[in-house]
Design a protein around this ligand. Structure first.
Ligand code: HEM
Length: 477
Protein backbone atom coordinates (compact mmCIF):
# COMPACT_ATOMS: atom_id res chain seq x y z
CA UNK A 1 0.00 0.00 0.00
CA UNK A 2 2.72 2.46 0.95
CA UNK A 3 4.35 2.15 -2.43
CA UNK A 4 1.13 2.41 -4.43
CA UNK A 5 -0.09 5.30 -2.40
CA UNK A 6 3.19 7.18 -2.55
CA UNK A 7 3.78 6.42 -6.21
CA UNK A 8 0.45 7.99 -6.97
CA UNK A 9 1.39 10.97 -4.89
CA UNK A 10 4.56 11.33 -6.95
CA UNK A 11 2.53 11.35 -10.15
CA UNK A 12 0.16 13.89 -8.67
CA UNK A 13 3.05 16.08 -7.63
CA UNK A 14 4.52 15.78 -11.07
CA UNK A 15 1.38 17.45 -12.33
CA UNK A 16 1.63 19.94 -9.49
CA UNK A 17 5.18 20.84 -10.37
CA UNK A 18 4.17 21.37 -13.98
CA UNK A 19 1.34 23.69 -13.00
CA UNK A 20 3.63 25.59 -10.70
CA UNK A 21 6.16 26.10 -13.46
CA UNK A 22 3.43 27.20 -15.83
CA UNK A 23 2.21 29.70 -13.28
CA UNK A 24 5.70 31.03 -12.67
CA UNK A 25 6.26 31.43 -16.38
CA UNK A 26 3.01 33.35 -16.78
CA UNK A 27 3.98 35.58 -13.91
CA UNK A 28 7.42 36.13 -15.44
CA UNK A 29 5.86 37.09 -18.75
CA UNK A 30 3.62 39.52 -16.94
CA UNK A 31 6.68 40.99 -15.22
CA UNK A 32 5.59 39.68 -11.81
CA UNK A 33 8.27 37.09 -11.09
CA UNK A 34 10.08 38.23 -7.98
CA UNK A 35 13.15 36.01 -8.12
CA UNK A 36 15.30 34.21 -10.68
CA UNK A 37 13.77 30.79 -10.04
CA UNK A 38 15.51 27.86 -11.79
CA UNK A 39 12.52 26.93 -13.90
CA UNK A 40 14.67 25.44 -16.64
CA UNK A 41 16.21 22.97 -14.20
CA UNK A 42 12.81 21.57 -13.28
CA UNK A 43 12.75 19.13 -16.18
CA UNK A 44 10.30 16.34 -15.60
CA UNK A 45 12.93 13.64 -16.21
CA UNK A 46 14.40 14.28 -12.78
CA UNK A 47 13.06 12.91 -9.52
CA UNK A 48 10.84 15.38 -7.72
CA UNK A 49 12.75 15.15 -4.46
CA UNK A 50 15.84 16.49 -6.22
CA UNK A 51 13.88 19.23 -7.96
CA UNK A 52 12.22 20.37 -4.74
CA UNK A 53 15.55 20.46 -2.90
CA UNK A 54 16.99 22.54 -5.70
CA UNK A 55 14.08 24.98 -5.58
CA UNK A 56 14.34 25.17 -1.82
CA UNK A 57 18.11 25.92 -2.02
CA UNK A 58 17.52 28.50 -4.75
CA UNK A 59 14.89 30.28 -2.65
CA UNK A 60 17.07 30.09 0.46
CA UNK A 61 14.01 28.69 2.19
CA UNK A 62 13.61 25.26 3.74
CA UNK A 63 9.86 25.32 3.07
CA UNK A 64 8.35 25.78 -0.38
CA UNK A 65 4.72 26.16 -1.35
CA UNK A 66 3.23 24.78 -4.59
CA UNK A 67 -0.25 24.78 -6.05
CA UNK A 68 -1.62 21.48 -7.32
CA UNK A 69 -4.82 22.05 -9.25
CA UNK A 70 -6.75 23.79 -6.47
CA UNK A 71 -4.81 22.35 -3.54
CA UNK A 72 -1.92 23.75 -1.55
CA UNK A 73 1.21 21.63 -1.23
CA UNK A 74 3.88 22.60 1.30
CA UNK A 75 7.26 20.84 1.01
CA UNK A 76 9.62 20.72 4.00
CA UNK A 77 13.28 20.19 3.04
CA UNK A 78 15.15 20.16 6.34
CA UNK A 79 15.16 18.21 9.59
CA UNK A 80 14.58 21.04 12.13
CA UNK A 81 11.42 22.22 10.33
CA UNK A 82 10.17 18.64 9.95
CA UNK A 83 10.82 18.04 13.66
CA UNK A 84 9.02 21.23 14.67
CA UNK A 85 5.91 20.49 12.60
CA UNK A 86 5.68 16.68 12.65
CA UNK A 87 6.90 16.05 16.21
CA UNK A 88 6.42 19.21 18.29
CA UNK A 89 3.12 20.20 16.61
CA UNK A 90 2.26 16.61 15.72
CA UNK A 91 -1.44 16.81 16.57
CA UNK A 92 -1.97 19.17 13.63
CA UNK A 93 0.16 17.26 11.10
CA UNK A 94 -0.82 13.64 11.59
CA UNK A 95 -3.59 13.19 9.02
CA UNK A 96 -3.16 12.04 5.43
CA UNK A 97 -4.55 13.57 2.21
CA UNK A 98 -7.92 12.07 1.37
CA UNK A 99 -8.95 10.30 -1.87
CA UNK A 100 -12.73 9.57 -1.83
CA UNK A 101 -12.20 6.73 -4.33
CA UNK A 102 -10.11 4.96 -1.64
CA UNK A 103 -13.22 4.88 0.57
CA UNK A 104 -15.35 3.59 -2.31
CA UNK A 105 -13.00 0.63 -2.80
CA UNK A 106 -13.14 -0.11 0.91
CA UNK A 107 -9.78 1.25 2.11
CA UNK A 108 -11.04 3.74 4.69
CA UNK A 109 -9.66 1.51 7.47
CA UNK A 110 -6.21 0.96 6.02
CA UNK A 111 -3.73 2.20 8.62
CA UNK A 112 -1.41 3.85 6.11
CA UNK A 113 -4.02 6.09 4.46
CA UNK A 114 -6.37 6.61 7.39
CA UNK A 115 -7.05 10.09 8.72
CA UNK A 116 -5.86 10.72 12.25
CA UNK A 117 -8.46 9.81 14.90
CA UNK A 118 -9.55 7.33 17.53
CA UNK A 119 -9.72 4.35 15.15
CA UNK A 120 -6.19 4.94 13.91
CA UNK A 121 -4.90 5.32 17.48
CA UNK A 122 -6.43 1.95 18.42
CA UNK A 123 -4.94 0.28 15.33
CA UNK A 124 -1.47 1.71 16.02
CA UNK A 125 -1.72 0.68 19.67
CA UNK A 126 -2.48 -2.90 18.59
CA UNK A 127 0.57 -2.92 16.29
CA UNK A 128 2.83 -1.46 18.98
CA UNK A 129 1.56 -3.91 21.62
CA UNK A 130 2.26 -6.82 19.27
CA UNK A 131 5.31 -5.78 17.26
CA UNK A 132 7.03 -3.21 19.50
CA UNK A 133 10.65 -3.78 20.59
CA UNK A 134 9.49 -4.81 24.08
CA UNK A 135 7.55 -7.72 22.57
CA UNK A 136 10.49 -9.08 20.60
CA UNK A 137 10.52 -12.42 22.44
CA UNK A 138 7.23 -13.19 20.62
CA UNK A 139 8.06 -12.06 17.07
CA UNK A 140 11.85 -12.35 16.84
CA UNK A 141 12.00 -16.19 16.65
CA UNK A 142 9.78 -16.04 13.54
CA UNK A 143 12.04 -13.50 11.79
CA UNK A 144 15.13 -15.51 12.79
CA UNK A 145 13.73 -18.74 11.35
CA UNK A 146 12.67 -17.08 8.09
CA UNK A 147 16.08 -15.40 7.74
CA UNK A 148 17.72 -18.86 7.74
CA UNK A 149 15.22 -20.03 5.09
CA UNK A 150 16.23 -16.94 3.08
CA UNK A 151 19.88 -18.06 3.08
CA UNK A 152 18.91 -21.51 1.77
CA UNK A 153 16.86 -20.00 -1.06
CA UNK A 154 19.73 -17.66 -1.95
CA UNK A 155 22.13 -20.59 -2.07
CA UNK A 156 19.77 -22.58 -4.29
CA UNK A 157 19.31 -19.75 -6.78
CA UNK A 158 21.69 -16.79 -6.23
CA UNK A 159 20.73 -15.09 -9.50
CA UNK A 160 17.14 -14.77 -8.33
CA UNK A 161 18.13 -12.83 -5.22
CA UNK A 162 15.43 -10.19 -5.68
CA UNK A 163 12.65 -12.75 -5.57
CA UNK A 164 14.29 -14.38 -2.53
CA UNK A 165 14.27 -11.02 -0.76
CA UNK A 166 10.55 -10.53 -1.53
CA UNK A 167 9.83 -14.07 -0.36
CA UNK A 168 11.80 -13.49 2.87
CA UNK A 169 9.89 -10.33 3.79
CA UNK A 170 6.52 -11.63 2.55
CA UNK A 171 6.92 -14.85 4.55
CA UNK A 172 7.82 -13.34 7.91
CA UNK A 173 5.11 -10.70 7.46
CA UNK A 174 2.32 -13.22 6.79
CA UNK A 175 3.54 -15.59 9.51
CA UNK A 176 3.59 -12.69 11.98
CA UNK A 177 0.21 -11.37 10.83
CA UNK A 178 -1.74 -14.65 10.50
CA UNK A 179 0.58 -17.32 11.90
CA UNK A 180 0.86 -19.16 8.57
CA UNK A 181 2.15 -18.99 5.00
CA UNK A 182 -0.41 -17.77 2.49
CA UNK A 183 -1.17 -19.75 -0.67
CA UNK A 184 -0.33 -18.54 -4.19
CA UNK A 185 -4.03 -17.80 -4.91
CA UNK A 186 -4.02 -15.37 -2.05
CA UNK A 187 -0.77 -13.78 -3.19
CA UNK A 188 -2.41 -13.20 -6.59
CA UNK A 189 -5.17 -11.39 -4.73
CA UNK A 190 -2.49 -9.23 -3.07
CA UNK A 191 -1.38 -8.06 -6.54
CA UNK A 192 -4.94 -7.37 -7.68
CA UNK A 193 -5.91 -5.29 -4.67
CA UNK A 194 -2.60 -3.42 -4.90
CA UNK A 195 -3.38 -2.54 -8.51
CA UNK A 196 -6.82 -1.24 -7.48
CA UNK A 197 -5.22 1.13 -4.99
CA UNK A 198 -2.89 2.56 -7.58
CA UNK A 199 -5.81 3.02 -9.99
CA UNK A 200 -8.00 4.62 -7.31
CA UNK A 201 -5.77 7.63 -6.86
CA UNK A 202 -4.59 8.27 -10.41
CA UNK A 203 -4.97 12.03 -10.83
CA UNK A 204 -7.76 13.13 -13.12
CA UNK A 205 -9.07 9.60 -13.59
CA UNK A 206 -11.99 9.82 -11.15
CA UNK A 207 -14.23 12.84 -10.86
CA UNK A 208 -15.19 11.64 -7.39
CA UNK A 209 -11.68 12.46 -6.12
CA UNK A 210 -12.24 16.13 -7.03
CA UNK A 211 -16.00 16.25 -6.27
CA UNK A 212 -16.55 13.99 -3.23
CA UNK A 213 -20.37 14.34 -3.33
CA UNK A 214 -20.27 12.05 -6.41
CA UNK A 215 -19.74 9.11 -4.07
CA UNK A 216 -23.54 9.09 -3.78
CA UNK A 217 -24.02 8.95 -7.56
CA UNK A 218 -26.07 5.83 -8.51
CA UNK A 219 -24.23 3.01 -10.27
CA UNK A 220 -27.13 2.44 -12.73
CA UNK A 221 -27.14 6.06 -13.99
CA UNK A 222 -25.17 7.12 -17.11
CA UNK A 223 -21.54 7.66 -16.09
CA UNK A 224 -21.99 5.41 -13.03
CA UNK A 225 -19.34 2.94 -14.27
CA UNK A 226 -16.93 4.14 -11.59
CA UNK A 227 -19.34 2.88 -8.92
CA UNK A 228 -19.49 -0.56 -10.55
CA UNK A 229 -15.68 -0.70 -10.79
CA UNK A 230 -15.42 0.36 -7.13
CA UNK A 231 -17.93 -2.31 -6.07
CA UNK A 232 -15.87 -5.00 -7.79
CA UNK A 233 -12.65 -3.71 -6.18
CA UNK A 234 -14.38 -3.49 -2.78
CA UNK A 235 -15.50 -7.13 -3.07
CA UNK A 236 -11.99 -8.37 -3.77
CA UNK A 237 -10.57 -6.28 -0.96
CA UNK A 238 -13.16 -7.75 1.42
CA UNK A 239 -12.04 -11.23 0.44
CA UNK A 240 -8.38 -10.19 0.84
CA UNK A 241 -9.14 -8.94 4.38
CA UNK A 242 -11.51 -11.62 5.60
CA UNK A 243 -10.19 -14.89 4.15
CA UNK A 244 -7.06 -15.25 6.32
CA UNK A 245 -8.65 -13.38 9.24
CA UNK A 246 -11.66 -15.73 9.42
CA UNK A 247 -9.45 -18.76 9.17
CA UNK A 248 -7.52 -17.71 12.31
CA UNK A 249 -10.77 -16.80 14.07
CA UNK A 250 -12.35 -20.18 13.35
CA UNK A 251 -9.23 -22.02 14.49
CA UNK A 252 -9.26 -20.00 17.72
CA UNK A 253 -12.86 -20.99 18.34
CA UNK A 254 -12.18 -24.68 17.59
CA UNK A 255 -8.91 -25.28 19.44
CA UNK A 256 -7.36 -22.12 20.86
CA UNK A 257 -4.28 -23.90 22.22
CA UNK A 258 -3.12 -24.97 18.76
CA UNK A 259 -3.13 -21.47 17.23
CA UNK A 260 0.40 -20.06 16.85
CA UNK A 261 1.32 -16.52 17.84
CA UNK A 262 0.30 -13.86 15.32
CA UNK A 263 -1.09 -10.33 15.22
CA UNK A 264 -4.62 -11.63 14.59
CA UNK A 265 -4.40 -14.41 17.20
CA UNK A 266 -3.12 -12.09 19.93
CA UNK A 267 -5.52 -9.23 19.26
CA UNK A 268 -8.62 -11.41 18.76
CA UNK A 269 -8.04 -12.84 22.24
CA UNK A 270 -7.51 -9.31 23.54
CA UNK A 271 -10.75 -7.81 22.13
CA UNK A 272 -12.95 -10.64 23.52
CA UNK A 273 -15.55 -10.95 20.73
CA UNK A 274 -16.30 -7.22 20.52
CA UNK A 275 -17.48 -6.96 16.85
CA UNK A 276 -16.37 -3.36 16.26
CA UNK A 277 -12.91 -4.09 17.67
CA UNK A 278 -12.69 -7.27 15.58
CA UNK A 279 -13.24 -5.11 12.48
CA UNK A 280 -10.25 -3.00 13.51
CA UNK A 281 -8.12 -6.13 14.02
CA UNK A 282 -9.06 -7.42 10.54
CA UNK A 283 -8.46 -4.03 8.83
CA UNK A 284 -5.15 -3.47 10.60
CA UNK A 285 -3.90 -6.95 9.73
CA UNK A 286 -4.78 -6.34 6.08
CA UNK A 287 -2.68 -3.13 6.16
CA UNK A 288 0.53 -4.85 7.22
CA UNK A 289 1.57 -6.86 4.15
CA UNK A 290 2.03 -4.04 1.68
CA UNK A 291 3.41 -1.67 4.36
CA UNK A 292 6.13 -4.18 5.22
CA UNK A 293 7.02 -5.87 1.96
CA UNK A 294 7.84 -3.07 -0.49
CA UNK A 295 9.79 -1.05 2.06
CA UNK A 296 11.89 -3.80 3.64
CA UNK A 297 12.56 -5.44 0.26
CA UNK A 298 13.69 -2.08 -1.11
CA UNK A 299 16.44 -1.56 1.45
CA UNK A 300 17.69 -5.15 1.13
CA UNK A 301 17.84 -4.91 -2.66
CA UNK A 302 19.81 -1.67 -2.31
CA UNK A 303 22.18 -3.50 0.04
CA UNK A 304 22.96 -6.12 -2.64
CA UNK A 305 23.55 -3.43 -5.27
CA UNK A 306 25.85 -1.38 -3.05
CA UNK A 307 27.86 -4.38 -1.89
CA UNK A 308 28.39 -5.40 -5.52
CA UNK A 309 29.62 -1.92 -6.37
CA UNK A 310 31.64 -1.27 -3.16
CA UNK A 311 33.69 -4.47 -2.57
CA UNK A 312 36.02 -2.83 -0.03
CA UNK A 313 33.04 -1.91 2.18
CA UNK A 314 31.64 -5.43 1.86
CA UNK A 315 34.99 -6.94 2.85
CA UNK A 316 35.40 -4.60 5.84
CA UNK A 317 31.93 -5.52 7.19
CA UNK A 318 32.43 -9.25 6.53
CA UNK A 319 35.83 -9.15 8.28
CA UNK A 320 34.28 -7.53 11.35
CA UNK A 321 31.66 -10.30 11.49
CA UNK A 322 34.33 -13.02 11.07
CA UNK A 323 36.36 -11.53 13.91
CA UNK A 324 33.49 -11.03 16.37
CA UNK A 325 31.15 -13.93 15.57
CA UNK A 326 33.63 -16.46 14.19
CA UNK A 327 32.69 -18.94 11.50
CA UNK A 328 30.87 -21.60 13.52
CA UNK A 329 27.52 -19.89 13.86
CA UNK A 330 25.31 -17.26 12.22
CA UNK A 331 25.22 -13.70 13.62
CA UNK A 332 22.35 -12.85 15.98
CA UNK A 333 20.80 -9.64 17.26
CA UNK A 334 22.83 -10.05 20.44
CA UNK A 335 26.01 -9.37 18.42
CA UNK A 336 24.82 -5.92 17.32
CA UNK A 337 26.68 -3.96 20.01
CA UNK A 338 29.97 -5.56 18.96
CA UNK A 339 29.60 -4.84 15.23
CA UNK A 340 29.95 -1.03 14.94
CA UNK A 341 30.93 -1.08 11.27
CA UNK A 342 27.92 -3.20 10.29
CA UNK A 343 25.70 -0.87 12.31
CA UNK A 344 27.23 2.11 10.47
CA UNK A 345 26.70 0.32 7.14
CA UNK A 346 22.98 -0.11 7.88
CA UNK A 347 22.63 3.55 8.85
CA UNK A 348 24.40 4.57 5.69
CA UNK A 349 22.04 2.43 3.59
CA UNK A 350 19.08 4.30 5.10
CA UNK A 351 20.76 7.63 4.45
CA UNK A 352 22.22 7.04 0.99
CA UNK A 353 19.01 5.65 -0.47
CA UNK A 354 16.08 6.40 1.89
CA UNK A 355 13.29 3.92 1.22
CA UNK A 356 10.44 6.45 1.40
CA UNK A 357 11.38 9.82 -0.12
CA UNK A 358 8.36 11.86 1.00
CA UNK A 359 6.39 11.66 4.25
CA UNK A 360 2.88 12.64 3.23
CA UNK A 361 0.58 14.43 5.67
CA UNK A 362 -2.24 16.93 5.59
CA UNK A 363 -2.55 19.94 7.90
CA UNK A 364 -5.60 19.70 10.18
CA UNK A 365 -5.69 23.47 10.71
CA UNK A 366 -4.01 26.61 9.39
CA UNK A 367 -0.59 27.23 10.84
CA UNK A 368 2.48 29.42 10.43
CA UNK A 369 6.16 28.57 10.67
CA UNK A 370 9.15 30.86 10.07
CA UNK A 371 6.96 33.31 8.13
CA UNK A 372 5.39 30.56 5.97
CA UNK A 373 1.67 29.99 6.01
CA UNK A 374 0.45 26.40 6.01
CA UNK A 375 -3.21 26.50 4.96
CA UNK A 376 -5.72 24.10 6.49
CA UNK A 377 -5.92 20.80 4.51
CA UNK A 378 -2.69 21.59 2.63
CA UNK A 379 -0.64 18.52 1.72
CA UNK A 380 2.50 18.67 3.82
CA UNK A 381 5.37 16.68 2.32
CA UNK A 382 8.62 16.10 4.14
CA UNK A 383 11.37 15.61 1.59
CA UNK A 384 13.38 12.86 3.31
CA UNK A 385 15.87 12.71 0.47
CA UNK A 386 16.69 16.43 0.91
CA UNK A 387 17.41 15.82 4.61
CA UNK A 388 19.89 13.05 3.73
CA UNK A 389 21.70 15.43 1.34
CA UNK A 390 22.21 18.20 3.89
CA UNK A 391 25.95 18.97 3.52
CA UNK A 392 26.30 20.56 6.95
CA UNK A 393 25.23 17.32 8.58
CA UNK A 394 26.46 14.70 6.10
CA UNK A 395 29.74 15.63 4.46
CA UNK A 396 30.02 14.70 0.78
CA UNK A 397 26.45 13.33 0.89
CA UNK A 398 26.44 11.61 -2.52
CA UNK A 399 29.23 9.24 -1.41
CA UNK A 400 28.25 5.89 0.07
CA UNK A 401 30.50 5.85 3.14
CA UNK A 402 29.58 4.01 6.37
CA UNK A 403 32.66 5.51 8.07
CA UNK A 404 30.81 8.81 8.39
CA UNK A 405 28.98 7.22 11.34
CA UNK A 406 32.13 6.04 13.13
CA UNK A 407 34.45 8.25 15.12
CA UNK A 408 37.06 6.06 16.74
CA UNK A 409 35.82 3.01 14.92
CA UNK A 410 35.83 0.90 18.07
CA UNK A 411 32.50 1.37 19.79
CA UNK A 412 28.94 1.83 18.70
CA UNK A 413 28.48 4.96 20.85
CA UNK A 414 31.16 6.80 18.88
CA UNK A 415 28.65 8.14 16.46
CA UNK A 416 29.05 11.51 14.81
CA UNK A 417 26.12 12.23 12.54
CA UNK A 418 22.42 11.85 13.35
CA UNK A 419 21.01 8.33 12.96
CA UNK A 420 19.06 8.57 9.67
CA UNK A 421 16.47 6.18 11.06
CA UNK A 422 15.32 9.15 13.18
CA UNK A 423 13.55 10.30 10.01
CA UNK A 424 13.65 7.51 7.38
CA UNK A 425 10.97 5.64 9.35
CA UNK A 426 8.88 8.80 9.57
CA UNK A 427 8.38 11.22 12.43
CA UNK A 428 5.83 11.96 15.13
CA UNK A 429 2.51 10.18 15.55
CA UNK A 430 2.55 8.42 12.16
CA UNK A 431 6.10 7.08 12.52
CA UNK A 432 6.43 3.52 11.22
CA UNK A 433 5.00 1.11 13.84
CA UNK A 434 6.84 -1.81 12.20
CA UNK A 435 10.27 -0.26 12.83
CA UNK A 436 11.48 -2.78 15.42
CA UNK A 437 10.66 -5.72 13.15
CA UNK A 438 12.10 -3.95 10.10
CA UNK A 439 15.38 -3.21 11.91
CA UNK A 440 15.69 -6.79 13.12
CA UNK A 441 14.85 -8.25 9.70
CA UNK A 442 17.31 -5.98 7.90
CA UNK A 443 20.06 -6.62 10.44
CA UNK A 444 19.62 -10.41 10.36
CA UNK A 445 19.51 -10.58 6.57
CA UNK A 446 22.54 -8.31 6.11
CA UNK A 447 24.79 -9.86 8.74
CA UNK A 448 23.89 -13.41 7.73
CA UNK A 449 24.44 -12.77 4.03
CA UNK A 450 27.78 -11.07 4.75
CA UNK A 451 28.82 -14.04 6.91
CA UNK A 452 28.01 -16.64 4.25
CA UNK A 453 28.12 -15.08 0.76
CA UNK A 454 30.35 -12.92 -1.39
CA UNK A 455 28.27 -10.51 -3.49
CA UNK A 456 29.82 -9.78 -6.88
CA UNK A 457 28.53 -7.95 -9.94
CA UNK A 458 27.58 -9.94 -13.02
CA UNK A 459 29.63 -8.43 -15.81
CA UNK A 460 28.53 -8.37 -19.43
CA UNK A 461 30.47 -10.84 -21.55
CA UNK A 462 33.67 -9.23 -22.79
CA UNK A 463 33.24 -6.20 -20.54
CA UNK A 464 35.12 -5.37 -17.37
CA UNK A 465 32.96 -2.52 -16.21
CA UNK A 466 31.04 -2.68 -12.91
CA UNK A 467 27.25 -2.23 -12.96
CA UNK A 468 25.87 1.31 -12.93
CA UNK A 469 24.03 2.43 -9.80
CA UNK A 470 20.57 3.40 -10.98
CA UNK A 471 17.29 3.68 -9.11
CA UNK A 472 13.76 4.06 -10.41
CA UNK A 473 12.02 7.39 -9.88
CA UNK A 474 9.08 6.02 -7.88
CA UNK A 475 9.05 7.08 -4.25
CA UNK A 476 10.00 3.55 -3.18
CA UNK A 477 12.61 1.98 -5.45
C1 HEM B 1 13.03 -0.80 6.14
C2 HEM B 1 11.73 -1.01 6.28
C3 HEM B 1 10.69 0.05 6.50
C4 HEM B 1 10.75 1.40 6.29
C5 HEM B 1 11.95 2.23 5.80
C6 HEM B 1 9.45 1.95 6.64
C7 HEM B 1 9.14 3.31 6.57
C8 HEM B 1 7.88 3.81 6.83
C9 HEM B 1 7.51 5.19 6.67
C10 HEM B 1 8.44 6.31 6.21
C11 HEM B 1 6.22 5.31 7.02
C12 HEM B 1 5.40 6.61 7.02
C13 HEM B 1 5.64 7.28 8.36
C14 HEM B 1 5.18 8.72 8.49
O1 HEM B 1 4.28 9.19 7.78
O2 HEM B 1 5.75 9.41 9.36
C15 HEM B 1 5.74 4.00 7.41
C16 HEM B 1 4.46 3.72 7.83
C17 HEM B 1 4.03 2.47 8.19
N1 HEM B 1 4.78 1.32 8.27
FE1 HEM B 1 6.74 1.13 7.80
N2 HEM B 1 8.65 0.93 7.07
C18 HEM B 1 9.35 -0.24 7.00
C19 HEM B 1 8.91 -1.51 7.37
C20 HEM B 1 7.68 -1.78 7.93
C21 HEM B 1 7.27 -3.07 8.44
C22 HEM B 1 8.16 -4.33 8.48
C23 HEM B 1 5.97 -2.93 8.88
C24 HEM B 1 5.06 -3.93 9.51
C25 HEM B 1 5.43 -5.00 10.15
C26 HEM B 1 5.57 -1.55 8.63
C27 HEM B 1 4.33 -1.01 8.92
C28 HEM B 1 3.97 0.30 8.69
C29 HEM B 1 2.62 0.81 8.89
C30 HEM B 1 1.39 0.00 9.36
C31 HEM B 1 2.65 2.17 8.58
C32 HEM B 1 1.50 3.18 8.62
C33 HEM B 1 1.54 3.96 9.92
C34 HEM B 1 0.55 5.12 9.96
O3 HEM B 1 0.15 5.62 8.91
O4 HEM B 1 0.18 5.53 11.08
N3 HEM B 1 6.64 -0.88 8.08
N4 HEM B 1 6.78 3.11 7.30
Amino acid sequence: MISYYLTVITIVLGVGAYLWIARTRRRAQAGLAGSAFPVSSARNDRPLWEVYKEWSDACGSTMIHLMLQRSDVVVINDYPTAHELLVVRSLDYSSRPHFPMMDLIGRQDNVVVQKYGQRLKIARQMINDTFGSRKSEEWLPVVQTVSSEFLSRLLADPADFRRSIQRYVGTFTTRLTYGKDLDTDYLRLVDQVGEHVSQAAVPGRWWVNSYPFLRYYPSWAPGGGFQRWARHARGLFREFTLRPFNSVKEQLQRSPDTVPFSFVQKNLIQVKNDPSMETIVAGTAASLYSAAVDTTSSILTTFFLLMATHPHIQEKAAAEIREVVGQDRLPNLGDAGDLPYVEALIKELHRYHPVVRFLTRSASKSDEHGGHLVPQNAWVLTNIWAITRNKSEFEDPDQFDPDRFIQGGTHINDIRARDPRDFTFGMGRRRCPGMAIANAAVYLAITRVLATFLIKPVKDEGSNSAPQIEFTKSTIS
